[in-house]
Design a binder for this molecule. Structure first.
Ligand SMILES: NC(=O)c1ccc[n+]([C@@H]2O[C@H](COP(=O)([O-])OP(=O)(O)OC[C@H]3O[C@@H](n4cnc5c(N)ncnc54)[C@H](O)[C@@H]3O)[C@@H](O)[C@H]2O)c1
Length: 348
């Protein structure tokens, strides 16, 4: 029986990954591991998403315990401080969790006989890269603590891989779409939330940055491929861009696509905004070659409709959602200002 550990399973991407694994491997033992920072940021989930795992550890990846890995075949490592604004405010914690703890977990996994380690990396490591689409061979240019944490981790994961321990670093596009633990601090999700709650999409930049996107369900598909690939398909260590060439969009085009689907929406662009350096086009050719049967299936209109239906189903009407529990930074700030989390973001 396959045994799979999913760290960070109680975030935005995790619930969909667990549901997908449950469907693909009905007999597998699924184990979740999470601090639970965003445990109560649920949408209109029918059941608590953690009911789909066999064991849930409420634990900190920085405080490794060998029993987490006993008999485990595959580790899917999602746990992280997961965006630039949080990385700016909690920089040290970002390096401790996203980088040092990730490398320690991979070393321990190898020692424990785990066969496959999948790391949730990010295309944001290409930084300012809007001239030509970046391939996996392109130079990296991480502009933020978050992006640097992913680069440092990948570098140390690569030499750990061998014939018995395959490591796949999935350099994901920016996620979008509905989840049991929705985030609205992601560009497309923010636009649909604005369109539904106030019939207004406020673009904070000049709208020109390029951003590749992927639906969360298609991330789960890529993860399924990564845990089962063998080293003939991509090598013992593989870093691969995950998304599709059709999903390289400029931010303003995302807003216009939402306005075409949600009636009566006004789009406001901040023409005076400082240029956003985090603009990148990405080449997904390698992923297409290696994983032809696990390519993204959902397109932009389908994802906008999915978000619209999900938010309407929740009765979503919060015009002030940028200050709500669906913003990861707001939740961590709230918990740390009230000293519920200490400066290391440990439960106090
Ligand atoms: N969302 C995106 O657009 C995107 C894009 C590329 C890569 N990724 C990566 O995918 C992963 C998941 O992203 P997400 O959007 O679900 O983020 P999220 O913030 O919603 O979830 C991250 C989860 O990790 C947990 N966590 C944080 N620190 C922990 C610790 N010390 N110990 C145990 N658990 C801890 C949190 O409680 C949370 O449930 C992250 O590694 C992220 O960097 C996300």
């Amino acid at each position: 029986m396959m045994k799979i550990l999913v760290t960070g399973n109680m975030g935005y991407i995790g619930p969909g990954v667990v549901s997908h694994l449950r469907a693909c491997y009905p007999d597998a033992e699924l184990i979740g591991l999470d601090m639970g920072y965003f445990a109560n940021c649920l949408t209109n989930a029918q059941i608590l998403p953690e009911c789909r795992v066999d064991i849930q550890h409420f634990a900190d990846v920085r405080k490794f315990s060998p029993h987490w890995l006993e008999g485990v075949d595959a580790v899917i490592h999602l746990a992280a401080i997961s965006n630039d604004p949080m990385g700016k405010k909690f920089e040290e914690v970002t390096f401790a969790v996203n980088y040092r703890a990730s490398v320690e977990l991979a070393k321990a996994a190898k020692k424990a006989g785990v066969k496959s380690f999948v790391f949730a990396s990010s295309c944001s490591m290409y930084g300012a890269a809007e001239d030509v689409a970046r391939t996996e061979q392109s130079p990296l240019n991480p502009l933020t603590a978050y992006a640097k944490s992913k680069v440092f981790t990948e570098k140390e994961l690569a030499p750990l891989a061998d014939g018995n321990f395959s490591v796949t670093s999935l350099r994901f596009s920016t996620a979008c779409g509905m989840s049991d633990r929705l985030r609205l601090d992601l560009v497309l999700n923010d636009f649909v939330a604005g369109a539904i709650s106030s019939k207004t999409i406020t673009i904070l930049s000049d709208g020109k940055p390029w951003r590749p996107l992927i639906n969360v369900k298609d991330m789960a598909l890529a993860i399924e491929w990564a845990i089962s690939r063998n080293s003939d398909n991509g090598g013992k260590f593989l870093a691969v861009n995950v998304g599709s060439d059709q999903w390289n969009y400029q931010v303003k085009d995302l807003a216009l696509a939402v306005a075409r689907i949600v009636p009566g929406v006004k789009v406001s662009i901040n023409e005076n905004a400082e240029p956003d350096k985090r603009s990148y086009k990405v080449d997904f050719g390698l992923f297409k070659r290696l994983a032809p049967h696990h390519q993204p299936r959902l397109d932009l209109p389908a994802t906008i409709n999915e978000l619209k239906d999900g938010l309407e189903g929740m009765g979503f009407a919060d015009r002030d959602f940028r200050n709500s529990k669906f913003m990861r930074l707001k939740v961590l700030t709230h918990l740390s200002e009230r000293k519920i989390l200490n400066s290391e973001l440990e439960w106090s």
